[in-house]
Design a protein around this ligand. Sequence first.
Ligand code: NCD
Length: 314
Amino acid sequence: MSATAPVRHLLGVEDLAPREIVQYLDTAEVFFEVSRRKVRKVPTLRGKTVINLFYEASTRTRTSFEIAGKRLSADVVNISVSTSSVTKGECLLDTVKNLEAMRPDVIVLRHPASGAPNFVTQHTRAGVVNAGDGTHEHPTQALLDAFTVRRAKGRIADLVITIAGDIAHSRVARSDAMLFTALGARVRLCAPRTLLPVGIERYGVEVHDDLPRAVEGADVVMMLRIQRERLTEALIPTTREYSRKFGLNARMLARAKPDAIVMHPGPMNRGVEIDPEVADGPRSVILDQVEAGVAVRMAVLYLLAGEAGQSPLS
Ligand code: NCD
């Protein structure tokens, strides 16, 4: 397998054909194997520069992009906005123009404004990766979730995948729903009515406001946290009541298939949307998702910044 013409940007799942999704997942398999070697480094992106530009908090996504770039031998620069000139009032456009002058090959951007990565593509020659934009998309999270499901279940088509939590504010829910649907899964989205966006059915998903029914017979149960930083009004009752109705505990999980897996993109609010006994239990693949994150991001960086015809490992 080798890169054909390098892909320009990864802005959202919405732009991806099923064939391209499978190319990302298959390429990630190659890098997953690299990440389990004794020497976890390949020369693929030697001489290339990756800038991680994060305007929002992140643990997993930022770290795994950094590790992914380093395992590919790229030079990786991390800009955390709290220590950059953004605190002195510099706007996104000026920041990008200045970074562009340093000739990066890839800019990985996380930003609170939906659409910010699309905007950045107009001001740089670098490939742009959306690492989460507002409530819009988080394509690499969807790819790593699909990678995890495919490894655990051997396929994605025809699986019943329940995604429950703050659907309205979750870019993960949007990207995952589109990606799993594109690969032939049956996606159920579940949230209190106040956290279900209008028109969500257009993604070809089943919509629920009752967790027991949404979990019934599922192959995969993915829980999401309440995005408190994006709530503008009181959309949920007390945390306790939310947890009682929409939290995943062992009793609730018993409604799913006996071999159902449990997922969470993190960060988890233990005891709110998910019980520790489930999060740390035998059905949880939550840390497998994190491991997959490095391999998937290596695949993304390689497909964006690798030379045409270059193989993934050299
Ligand atoms: C998510 C995000 O930032 O969108 N986290 C992640 O990248 N794994 C989900 C969240 O913040 O709840």
